[in-house]
Design a protein around this ligand. Structure first.
Ligand code: IMP
Length: 186
């Protein structure tokens, strides 16, 4: 099946392509969508649905959207849905702000969450969520991945997502799990 991924994030697109190998995955640009969908929802799922509907409507193709983020216990679940916009800067500024906000806090428990929505032109839609647990380190480790990966020590892998191989990360990640759950429904 041809599926457009409603994201401008090249890292997410790459991970989705590596996981959903049985489908032809198009980027939003490849499908002729150059807009930007405002993420006005208060939940990951609401934002994923907003993006998937917008891109499906404009391209006429099945559209898959991911909304994801990091939730840190000691910060009351922040940055959560604001993970991408946490500092107002890019990924490096977001990581620096996270370390600053946590300071020497001992409770560094955190999880990544991902909501996936797949919307079809005939109105059918499928949604799924995935989650993965870990702790936030005091300094970055590893050079792979994106976003908060180098600060996130995965419980299951024993290394940060930036130190893990792509296959290792995909096997336990929030995005990998949400896509596996979606695939079951399909
Ligand atoms: P979204 O585009 O609103 O879903 O933004 C998600 C943000 O959450 C990204 O910009 C990252 O900061 C963070 N994030 C989501 N998934 C991951 C991941 O797998 N690794 C690291 N950071 C992630």
């Amino acid at each position: 099946m041809k599926i457009v991924v409603a994201t401008g994030n090249a890292h997410k697109l790459k991970e989705i392509r590596e996981i959903l190998t049985e489908h032809e995955i198009l980027s939003a640009h490849e499908a002729g969508f150059f807009g930007d969908v405002e993420e006005t929802g208060e939940t990951f799922l609401a934002n994923a649905l907003l993006k998937a509907h917008a891109v499906c409507n404009l391209t006429g193709l099945p559209a898959l959207a991911d909304d994801s983020g990091l939730c840190v216990d000691a910060l009351g679940g922040a940055p959560g849905v604001y993970s991408a916009r946490f500092s107002g800067g890019g990924d490096a500024a977001n990581r620096a702000l996270l370390l600053r906000k946590l300071g020497n806090t001992e409770n560094r428990r955190a999880h990544f969450t991902c909501a996936m929505a797949l919307v079809f032109p005939d109105g059918r839609m499928f949604t799924a969520e995935g989650r993965t647990e870990g702790t936030i380190l005091f300094e970055e480790r590893g050079s792979g991945g994106f976003g908060y990966d180098s600060l996130f020590l995965s419980d299951e892998l024993g290394v940060t997502f930036a130190e893990a191989t792509e296959a290792q990360k995909n096997a336990v990640s929030h995005r990998g799990r949400a896509l596996a759950a979606l695939r079951e429904q399909l």
